[in-house]
Design a protein around this ligand. Structure first.
Ligand SMILES: *[C@@H]1O[C@H](CO)[C@@H](O)[C@H](O)[C@H]1NC(C)=O
Ligand SMILES: *[C@@H]1O[C@H](CO)[C@@H](O)[C@H](O)[C@H]1NC(C)=O
Ligand SMILES: *[C@@H]1O[C@H](CO)[C@@H](O)[C@H](O)[C@H]1NC(C)=O
Ligand SMILES: *[C@@H]1O[C@H](CO)[C@@H](O)[C@H](O)[C@H]1NC(C)=O
Ligand SMILES: *[C@@H]1O[C@H](CO)[C@@H](O)[C@H](O)[C@H]1NC(C)=O
Ligand SMILES: *[C@@H]1O[C@H](CO)[C@@H](O)[C@H](O)[C@H]1NC(C)=O
Length: 492
């Protein structure tokens, strides 16, 4: 007797059900009661994330990705007195990419006179690896070297980092102390493509290096994917991300409302269309919120990569030097900090005291594709007095553009509202009877799932999990003991 098709089918169903992806949410807000709050399991259904929640808009979807056959990539790094590790980062990137000739770097290297620079560190490694060259790929690396004493925090450096970009197709931003794995370029583009959104930005807090890169640079895949969904207020009163939560059974990039500076990957039009504000000196809290909200209102959507897209790791060992050790005039720094913090408070509409930097607000304002109010709703952030952030630790859904024109201009041939289908007009059914709105929706929903039937979205509680696990084991045992047909299962 052979196991019937029924057994195979139920095995498949159980496999899919038990492998539902979920977010493990720990309350990271450091109040006294935090440790008493349990870790919550939130089921995720990323197959449905591009179906807008608003039923009247459920037929709309983001533009499909456009990938040329031959594309180049730009990696932006901003290093603060971290030349040795910065050079290693670039070296590993060239060693482990499949297409070194199309890989470009732009580095803002903030150093003191006596520091090893990023390019010195890179070239000394490159000279050993590629002996026939003085410093291979040097002409693909653009350096903006700056006196560390003139540094004014991360956003200020990244403003200049964006200026190093050429006409590359894909843009990656990392911390200067990141570690690439073999074939990272192919894997990250594959992951980005799997989102199905030209406006996708992959971003999260990266896992620490330990145990994830083998001796010859191959990726030892992580079991979980970090996902940003919790915010708090920093000392300055501005929004900052709290530590990432973890997605289990993560197989697809997951729509997110927040952005992390340590990994940001997408099309370079994002870097060109969404400039980083140079009037936010000394800004630490607020940087990531500003980037998230600016990208989103310009029409971009952030996703945390699945485990397949985690191809770069982060060296969380203490940085060799920090901005806080800079010897700068205290009064000037205080004033610059106040002017920057108040700029953000002004933008989000909360009251502030003292001076504000109001320069070039038109250039660095929110985008016009979606409104800031829509972003607040999407992210759960709140700037009203005495209200708390709702957080975004659940399945989010794509929000159609309130003004699709800038995206339609960016992507010739694409329109958010597809032209009405003409097929209905050629039939003899009376026009009134067709009520097109209601009939089209289910069909479109199905299409949007790329032919994959998605699972019921009922929450995965521990009872159902237990039942399906036990059932799965029983099925496997049954299959194991069922008499096997003679040769078909043997490997040749
Ligand atoms: C902490 O818990 C106590 C009782 O368990 C409660 O009275 C108090 O309001 C809580 N504090 C916060 C900040 O949630
Ligand atoms: C890809 O484009 C680059 C630059 O335009 C060119 O040098 C290279 O030969 C192209 N490669 C292929 C495989 O077409
Ligand atoms: C650089 O090194 C020289 C000699 O070692 C030393 O005299 C000088 O103070 C150093 N400068 C800085 C900025 O550390
Ligand atoms: C990496 O090293 C292992 C053994 O150390 C080897 O089996 C494997 O083929 C190597 N992979 C590559 C891509 O070189
Ligand atoms: C991480 O950084 C530290 C210095 O901060 C360095 O000693 C160590 O070698 C780095 N680890 C890796 C794997 O590059
Ligand atoms: C179609 O609707 C119009 C008005 O909406 C009405 O005048 C007409 O009689 C309807 N035709 C049919 C076949 O129901």
């Amino acid at each position: 007797m052979q196991p019937s098709i029924f057994v195979y089918l139920s095995l498949l169903v159980q496999y899919v059900a038990c492998e539902q992806s979920y977010l493990s949410v720990v309350d990271h807000n450091k109040d006294k009661n935090a440790s008493k709050r349990p870790t919550i399991k939130v089921p995720l259904t990323p197959e449905t994330q591009h179906i807008p929640l608003d039923a009247s808009q459920a037929h709309l979807c983001p533009p499909s990705p456009r990938i040329p056959t031959n594309y180049s990539m730009f990696v932006g790094l901003s290093a603060f007195r971290d030349g040795i590790r910065c050079g290693k980062t670039i070296f590993a990137a060239y060693q482990r990419t499949t297409n070194p000739n199309q890989l470009y770097f732009g580095v803002v290297d903030q150093v003191y006179e006596n520091d090893t620079t990023c390019i010195e560190s890179y070239c000394s490694l490159a000279k050993v690896e590629w002996r026939d060259h003085e410093c291979k790929y040097r002409n693909q690396i653009r350096i903006d070297q700056r006196d560390a004493a003139e540094s004014r925090g991360p956003t200020y450096a990244r403003h200049f980092q964006q200026k190093l970009l050429g006409d590359q197709e894909f843009c990656l931003q990392l911390d200067a102390h990141s570690i690439f794995t073999r074939n990272w370029d192919l894997e990250i583009v594959k992951e980005w493509k799997s989102v199905g959104n030209e406006m996708a930005i992959l971003s999260t807090y990266l896992h620490n290096i330990d145990g994830h890169v083998d001796k010859n640079g191959s990726n030892i895949m992580a079991r979980t994917a970090p996902h940003l969904c919790q915010t708090t207020r920093g000392g300055s009163g501005n929004v900052r991300n709290v530590a990432a939560d973890l997605i289990y059974n993560s197989k697809k990039p997951q729509l997110s409302a927040l952005w992390g500076a340590g990994l940001s990957f997408g099309k370079c039009h994002a870097e060109k269309r969404v400039p980083i504000d140079s009037h936010t000196k000394w800004m630490f809290d607020g940087e990531e919120f500003l980037r998230a909200s600016h990208l989103w209102t310009h029409g971009y959507d952030v996703y945390s990569p699945s485990i397949y897209g985690l191809v770069v790791y982060h060296n969380y060992t203490r940085v060799p030097a920090t901005f806080f050790q800079l010897k700068v005039d205290g009064t000037t720094k205080q004033l610059e900090t106040q002017r920057a913090n108040n700029r953000v408070k002004y933008m989000v509409g909360i009251p502030f005291k003292g001076e504000m930097d109001g320069e070039e607000l038109d250039i660095y304002n929110w985008g016009t594709v979606r409104t800031f109010e829509q972003y607040l709703k999407f992210s759960g952030l709140s700037f009203k007095p005495d209200t708390q952030d709702q957080q975004s630790c659940s399945q989010l859904h794509w929000v159609p553009y309130s003004n699709p024109q800038p995206i339609e201009d960016l992507l010739p041939g694409w329109s958010m509202t597809p032209p009405p289908k003409t097929i209905a007009l050629t039939t003899t059914v009376p026009l009134n009877a067709t009520t097109p709105k209601l009939e089209l929706k289910p069909a479109m929903r199905k299409e949007r799932l790329h032919g994959v039937d998605f699972q019921s979205t009922k929450p995965l509680n521990s009872t159902t999990f237990g039942i399906c696990l036990v059932f799965g084991i029983v099925v496997v045992i049954f299959m194991y003991f069922a008499p096997k047909s003679d040769d078909s299962s043997k490997e040749q």
